[in-house]
Design a protein around this ligand. Structure first.
Ligand code: C2O
Ligand code: CU
Length: 460
């Protein structure tokens, strides 16, 4: 069966060996909605930056030129690459100074939907991010494919108060979401960032690019949540979505859902069949009054101006993606690796500027010291009232347990949400990446800047 889907080998051979890009980071005046004039930063003049594509097996050479006026780097999120190409400021390289440049060169591994972003200061918040697709020649062919970056324009003045734990921005998760149902009614939020516009690929509805499809097509969506702090639920009206990849990595089995639940920095590949002519909205769901802006019309020929079918801004009654749905319930708790770590995620109380791992903030957090080929397990326990999208650089780990339930089929990922209020999540990974220092952190920009970070360090 796998053999039948393999394209001829010549296709890979035809590809040129080296793909070269120049990525220049600089100021961008970003106005996705009338009246908004965001002082952003972007790669090659756009937010998000250009969609980069390479075929698995090709080498990528990306010349980075920094014209932002501040230090910057490019981190290749989800890639296993030489440590010095990882773009972690202060860990794998110093920040590229204003006016400076840096040559990133590596063979992108593994194939799949990945992304790239600044890893210094507020660059990611201000727009320095983009998607990179490493095409897998063994993948099932899509009749049409769309790469979609869901992103939002932060109110930069709310970032500092959120870091101090005294912000006043509300939660905007949709009704029926675990984020809302888990909140105690008297809970005082101090850590949310507010947003002034919601976008897909650099535009807000109704100015988002229309996605033209044909009846009978099997369509692939590659979806990234580039919001710096919020989980995003994504739904295509009138369709079920078949999820095949998490963070670019093939799932053990496809899973069919009404909606995706995409944590900060997560990616999902989801497919749908076009069964009949029509026009439907692909939407990011939230209770923000401007949530409708994060939508794009999917339409068949001649239906581009038909009023599109939409979904309510609610998850009530919707069957959305969870790790448990994708992995199934296992019979036994996963065994611990030769190196096992228990990480308690805590603090972030109202008025606190600390988000901690085992009571400490980076760089005083406990680090994971590994030797080549160690099997490492990490179990997170979340004592806070917010989910944490925990990310590991330079590796693909497997999620083996969530909230006390072992998964029958572990999920290959690089970022995974640890549920609030005593939620747990377990990872397993092999220390077989290039040697060096690999960051492990919460991808909520506020939590990361407030210390929820550590490192996996190889003793060579
Ligand atoms: Cu998306 Cu430290 O990375
Ligand atoms: Cu967090």
């Amino acid at each position: 069966m796998i053999v039948a889907t393999l394209p001829p080998l010549s296709e890979r051979a035809l590809a040129s060996e080296l793909v070269q890009y120049t990525l220049t980071a600089g100021s961008v005046r970003f106005s996705p909605v009338p009246g908004l004039n965001f002082a952003g930063l972007g790669f090659n003049g756009t937010i998000p930056g250009p969609l980069l594509r390479v075929v698995h097996g090709q080498r990528l050479r990306a010349k980075f030129i920094n014209k932002t006026g501040q230090g910057s780097t490019i981190h290749w999120h989800g890639m296993i690459l030489p440590n010095k190409m990882d773009g972690s400021e202060g860990v794998t390289q110093p920040a590229v100074p204003p006016g400076g440049s840096f040559l990133y060169e590596f063979s992108p591994e593994p194939p799949g939907t990945r992304w790239y972003h600044d890893h210094v200061g507020d660059g990611l918040l201000r727009g320095l991010f983009g998607m990179i697709v490493v095409e897998d020649p063994r993948d099932q062919r899509a009749d049409a494919e769309f790469a979609l970056v869901f992103h939002d324009v932060p109110k930069m003045a709310t970032v500092e108060p959120a870091m101090m734990g005294v912000g006043s921005a509300p939660m905007v998760d949709p009704l029926g979401s675990p984020e809302l149902t888990e909140m105690a009614p008297d809970d005082k939020m101090g850590d949310e960032v507010a947003f002034s516009a919601h976008c897909i690929n650099g535009a807000s509805y109704p100015n988002t690019k229309r996605l033209a499809v044909k009846v009978g097509q099997h369509v692939r969506l590659r979806i990234l949540n580039a919001n710096p702090t919020q989980t995003r639920y994504v739904r295509l009206a009138g369709h079920r979505l078949i999820v095949t990849h998490s963070d670019g990595n093939p799932l053990p089995a496809p899973v069919e859902v009404d909606a995706l639940r995409v944590g900060v920095a997560e990616r999902y590949d989801a497919w749908f069949e076009v069964g009949a002519p029509g026009a439907w909205l692909l939407q990011g769901l939230s209770t923000d009054p401007f949530a409708y802006e994060q939508a794009a019309v999917v339409h068949t020929e001649g239906m581009e101006n038909a009023p599109p079918l939409s979904s309510p801004q609610s998850l009530e009654g919707a069957d959305y993606f969870t790790y448990l749905k994708a992995g199934g319930t296992g019979s036994a708790m996963p065994p611990q690796g030769v190196k096992h770590y228990d990480f308690i995620l805590d603090d972030g109380k109202y008025g606190s500027s600390r988000w901690t791992i085992n009571g400490q903030t980076y760089p005083n957090t406990p680090r994971i010291d590994v030797r080549r080929n160690d099997l490492v397990t990490v179990r997170f326990t979340n004592k806070t009232d917010m989910d944490h999208p925990m990310h590991l650089h330079g590796h693909v780990f497997e999620v083996t347990e969530a909230d006390g339930v072992p998964l029958a089929r572990p999920l290959p990922k690089d970022t995974s949400l640890v549920r609030a209020n005593d939620g747990t999540l377990s990872w397993r990974f092999r220390a077989d990446s290039p040697a060096g220092r690999w960051l492990l952190h919460c991808h909520n920009a506020i939590h990361m800047m407030d210390g929820m970070m550590t490192e996996v360090v190889y003793a060579i």
